[in-house]
Design a protein around this ligand. Sequence first.
Ligand SMILES: Nc1ncnc2c1ncn2[C@@H]1O[C@H](COP(=O)(O)OP(=O)(O)OP(=O)(O)O)[C@@H](O)[C@H]1O
Ligand SMILES: [Mg+2]
Length: 287
Amino acid sequence: MLIGMVSAKASPGVTTSALALASVWPRSALVVEADPFGGDVRAGLAAGQWPPSSGLVEAVADLRSVSLDEALARRVHRPAAWAPPVLAGLGCVGQAATLPWGRLGADLGRVRDADVITDCGRYLPSDGVLGLLRECWLVVLVCGSSLRAVRSAARVGSLLSRDLGCPPGDPRLSLLVVAPDDPYGSAEVAGACGLPLLGELPDDPRAAGVWSDGGASWRGFGRSPLQRSARRLAERITGTDDPDAVRPRGEDRPRDDGRGESRSRDDGSSTGSGTTPPVARRGRGAA
Ligand SMILES: Nc1ncnc2c1ncn2[C@@H]1O[C@H](COP(=O)(O)OP(=O)(O)OP(=O)(O)O)[C@@H](O)[C@H]1O
Ligand SMILES: [Mg+2]
């Protein structure tokens, strides 16, 4: 399962949310920093301690000679016991133009042993990351709850709907509200953005600082409001909170969504991927 997380202006929290979610994911999960503006985990979560040559650029170079599984085995790093494994992002902005985003997305969607959560940073249609997002099973737009945040997210939401070919209400493009009720509630934010509401994560600066700035974890970290909400959200996305959503092994891989939409890849082939995320089957609402 490949999940893409993006944000808009005035909505901090996409990197923190991706890491928090992956850390409590009910199955194996890997975070890929695919922010075209450059990665943060080396300086943030890892506070500058990261093995050299362990990142997305090196993994993409490896793909010329080895399989994706092998490339990930070489380049993924788990910076702390409480952190998920991470493929660290780009070192500088210009590198984004050189990446085969669509092919990378298609490859990541086929990772066998883990679900992949990609931090795609702020969405810009021109930066190429759209190719990766088109391969995602679920695209999550992360949004704050201020008027500025909602205005920006509404603009980006409609761009993404168009670019991904998602009709209104399509749960493959859903909204995650970070720090809701400041002042707008999640349902109101989702309504203004015209997107289904996937859930919300609370304002929790201490726990967020563990993910964004290498803050120390503590004994009750797993029970912090952020981690508890992230766990509920992860269970909801994967359907592990709902016995009705349990499917035969392998059936959670993308299938043809019946809309006859085949998604193009950088190499010109098409995957025909896309299915309804399990969150759609049980109605919507904040996690
Ligand atoms: N749920 C949260 N509660 C409180 N603070 C948060 C939360 N999520 C993120 N933050 C804080 O917001 C700031 C930005 O977070 P983060 O780096 O995750 O944002 P981003 O959208 O990835 O930013 P960038 O565009 O720079 O990559 C950090 O100080 C982080 O601790
Ligand atoms: Mg970030």
